[in-house]
Each structure stands twice: as C-alpha cells, then as structure tokens.
Design a protein around this ligand. Structure first.
Ligand code: AMP
Ligand code: TRP
Length: 338
C-alpha cells in the first residue's frame, strides 16, 4: 500500500483561530509553499479542530475565510494545490468516528497538548480529547505520504501512524502510513515566544508582544522585536540553552534572509544593531505577503468562494472514495444494496 505509485502526497492543516503568526509561517506554511510544486498537495483550514475550544460563531466564520486568504497570500496557488475547508468535506468527521473506535482512551490521555489544554480550560470537552483522531482522519483520507507541520504536532503524527498501522493490521492494507515533515529547531520547527523564549510562539498567548502576526505593520514588528527578551550579555551566538532569546532571533533572521547561523553570529557585537537587522529581515519577508493579502481582500468574496468550492470538490472526490473503502472493510452495510 505504501508504494501505491511513488507519488508524494502532502496534507496539512491550520486552525482558523485568528491570524497566522511568524511561527506558523516559518514552521509550517513556508514548507507548504515549497512542497506545492513537487507533490500533490492538500491544504486544509481545519475549522472543526477550532471548535474544540469555545468559539464565537461570527468570528470563526470570519477567521476561516481569512485563513484561506492568508494561505494564498503566503504563496499557495489554488491552481497547483487544493485549498479547502475541513467542514465542507463531511468524510473528515465520518472517518474520525470510525477511527475513534480504533483508538484507545489511554493513547489520547497521554497527548501533551491535551494535557496542557485541559489544564488551561475549566471544562474539557470530548472534542479536545479526540482532536488527534480527527487529525488522523484528515491525513489518512488522502493517502498523504508527508505531513509538513511544526515540532508541536510530532506526537499527534505518531498517533496517526499508530492508528493507521493498527487498522491495516486488522483489516488489510488500507492507509498509507504518513511521514512527518518537521524542520529541525534551527530551521523553524519551533519558533519561540519573543517575551518568554522558553515557550513556543502562539497566537493564543495573552501577551501580544510575544508573537508577530503576518499582518503586523512594519512599525509594530520593529517594536516587538526591539522589546524581545534577551540576556544581559552582548554576544550574538547560537546557544539555545544559555541564550534562548538571541538563538530564537537568530533562527528567525536566518530563515528570513537565507543566511546561515554562523554567518549571522560573526557580524555583531551588541544587540541593538542585531535586533534592528532582524526587524528589517522580518519586515522584508512579510511585505510581499501583506501585499498579496490586501489584493486578496480587494478581489472580494466571490473569488475566494470559488477557490474554496473547487477545492472542496476535488478533496471530496478523493476523501469519499477512501471513506467508502473503510466503511466496507469495517462491515458497514452499503445503502441500497447488500
Ligand atoms: P496551529 O495554529 O496550532 O493550527 O498551527 C499551524 C501549524 O503551525 C502547525 O503545523 C504547527 O505545528 C505550526 N506552528 C505553530 N506554532 C509554531 C511555532 N511557534 N513554531 C513552529 N511551528 C509552529
Ligand atoms: N493539529 C494541527 C495544529 O494544531 C492542525 C491540523 C489538523 C493538522 N489536522 C491536520 C495538521 C492534519 C496536519 C495534518 O496545528
């Protein structure tokens, strides 16, 4: 089943929870853009995943549309890859149920993200717990061979692989077991918070200075980087243990300029000029994204709706075939015929 052709198939998703951070971009979306030219790619706005914590319905709708626009602003081309909204393809939720029946509660309880999030929220929904099963369904419906994500999703991907293998062992070859496509830390796999470089950069952080949004204007970017936490020294070198703040800014700069960490380290004796150059590099990276984002908005609702309708149609054709195969293997009776 793994070598059903040698085609590379890529699936990934991002939650529409209000904007994209530089961490999302450098850890994941930058790779989506690169992969779209050498693999069959599906990029999903995972609105069902956003529902695992309380959402305002109007905001969720706006963010969902916005994220599809941001995908394209980052360089995803809907004529080359498939961009769609998760809830538009019902097979995701349907396969998720079937896979839930093959996933152990103990496996889900062990997930670090579940443990962290259930500490943060007063009530813990079942959806928060079964979140990784829905993610597995997303991936397995498309026979994805590679899943580009940031480091925080590694454990969820391992669960997806385990469930796929378990299904294949029990019912015969059905799912492709996907490979993670996660950059190492020096290459953006985990971009850290600007205010607390021991935590990852996240848009859910209460402290807006801790993250850069892709839509932040240049003066905001510069101010956030100027305020970024560093140590009391003046030496710019890559040492994530001793100098996590500086190391994080170096990684950001390296990814935004294409220059190596060694090259960057050799150029500074003091943080002020370094931070100023990091800000320049980030601003230059965001500029074309923000320009395309404004164009997307000007093109209006009809244009994005067309992209999403076509995307859902293409995705659905693939997903419904896989779902039918799974239903058949698990013993569900086909409607209308025995
Ligand atoms: P989310 O916004 O949680 O849906 O994440 C979307 C994608 O961005 C996932 O692949 C995450 O692993 C990735 N990601 C989120 N935060 C970071 C970060 N701070 N550094 C690197 N990748 C990240
Ligand atoms: N769980 C991922 C995150 O929080 C989002 C996601 C949902 C995803 N389904 C996916 C990522 C499938 C990759 C593949 O970032």
């Amino acid at each position: 089943m793994h070598d059903r052709g040698h085609e590379m198939v890529v699936f990934s998703g991002v939650k529409p929870s209000g904007g994209l951070t530089l961490g999302n971009y450098l850890g994941a979306i930058r790779n989506f853009v690169e992969l779209q030219h050498r693999a069959r790619c599906y990029f999903c706005v995972v609105d069902l995943h956003a529902l695992t914590v309380p959402q305002d319905p109007e905001k969720l709708r706006a963010w969902t549309l916005d994220l599809a626009r941001l995908y394209m602003a980052c360089g995803l081309d809907p004529t080359v890859c498939t961009i769609f909204i998760q809830s538009h393809v019902p097979a995701h939720a349907q396969l998720s149920w079937l896979l839930e029946c093959m996933t152990y509660v103990g496996e889900l309880r062990r997930m670090t993200q579940f443990k962290e999030k259930s500490r943060q929220h007063e009530v813990v929904t079942t959806g928060l717990m079964t979140y990784p099963v829905l993610m597995a369904a997303d991936i397995l419906l498309y026979d994805a061979t590679h899943v580009p994500v940031g480091e925080d999703q590694k454990q969820h991907l391992e669960l997806c692989r385990d469930v796929a293998q378990r299904f294949n062992n029990r019912f015969g070859p059905t799912f492709v077991v996907p490979e993670p496509y996660i950059p190492p830390r020096q290459a953006g796999g985990r971009i850290m918070s600007l205010t607390d470089p021991t935590k990852k950069m996240a848009k859910s952080d209460d402290e807006p200075d801790s993250y850069i949004l892709l839509t932040d204007p240049p003066d905001v970017v510069r101010a956030k980087i100027r305020r970024a936490t560093t140590d009391a020294g003046r030496e710019v070198r890559y040492d994530p243990e001793e100098k996590p703040g500086i190391a994080n800014l170096m990684v950001i700069m390296s990814l935004c300029t294409g220059r190596s960490l060694e090259e960057i380290a050799g150029q500074y004796d003091g943080y002020a000029r370094f931070k100023n150059d990091v800000a320049d590099a980030v601003i230059a990276t965001l500029e074309p994204i923000q320009k395309r984002y404004r164009q997307q908005e000007e093109e209006g609702l009809a244009a994005i709706e067309r992209v999403l309708a076509e995307g859902a149609e293409r995705a659905e054709a693939v997903a419904s075939r896989k779902l039918a195969e799974v239903q058949e293997k698990m013993g569900l009776l086909r409607r209308g015929c025995p």
